[in-house]
Design a protein around this ligand. Sequence first.
Ligand SMILES: [Zn+2]
Ligand SMILES: [Zn+2]
Length: 375
Amino acid sequence: MKTHLLLSLILLISLFSNSISAFPSQFFPNITHDHSHFPNFTSNPAWEYFKNFTGCHIGDQRDGLAKLKQYFYNFGYFPDSPSNFTDDFDDSFESALKTYQQNFNLNPTGVLDESTLEQIQRPRCGVADIINGSSTMNSGKSSNSHSSNLHTVAHFSFFPGRPRWTPSNRQLTYAFLPANQLTATVKSVFSRAFDRWSAVTPLTFKETDSFYGADITIGFFAGDHGDGEPFDGVLGTLAHAFSPPNGRFHLDGDENWVAEGDVSTSSLSSAVDLESVAVHEIGHLLGLGHSSVEESIMYPTISSRRKKVDLASDDIEGVQMLYGSNPNYNGSSTSPTSTTRSHQERDTSSNGVHRLITGWWGPTILTVLAALLLV
Ligand SMILES: [Zn+2]
Ligand SMILES: [Zn+2]
């Protein structure tokens, strides 16, 4: 009897301690480690929904169009916030849509064609493409006299007023939100991402334990987290960061982040590569806005299961305009040499993976439908 009691007690304690230690790892399951448990989703529910708008044009009225207008508003495509959006495809929406199409190198038809809708449903950065009405990306560069030269003009952009870290502060510090309890593996992802930018600039980045004393603060948050830009669950908006010298870098804690391994072979269709997103957001922290160059790190969207971490010449040109070049930069390679580091530090918490399968997938799918289907 006593033995039974003792066993039950041990079981209870171990269950309890597992549930606590599993908390931080639920953000970073090593989902490429074991594919056997995951269902293989081949169709994208968000895409199924957006297909309903195919061919929609001025004069049309379609259920749910108001939500699409809200999406365009969130990313800066409407100059003013209307009191409420209607389901009417009106002049102002057509104009916003054409600007969007121009920014993403699509035919500026003003019609919700398939390629435009495909772009809209891609996961993306939460930072607006157009800030304070001063247009960035392609659309801000087409009104000048070089319109015939559009494709060669399109490149990097800055935040309005071109904020940057002051020349007296070239050694920047960064800190992680202590409550996230990130593993060494996850922290090393950010370290590699910072390395890519310091390789081409005179800037250096050093981790500090002092969260409130750091220049750059990094944290994972779910939903509304107090800065007026709530996250939206799986996919949709992945992360956002503020311009210098603010230094805040927020990531959506509900994403299925992949911190190591080959994200492209993940059987989880919503897997997002953490380093790719980190490299992009650090660009914002340094003062870069979005770019229309699809190969650039500062392009606003990234597909799930895609790794994109190398700075393009567009990114390098932009950041060097703000800070100058690293004296050791040879003009070609931006890849740090430590890309295999994380293999020694696998976070194979089966608890995190288990939760993802049993308790996470149901709500996850619902969240995708709710947040991404914009209903
Ligand atoms: Zn961005
Ligand atoms: Zn935020």
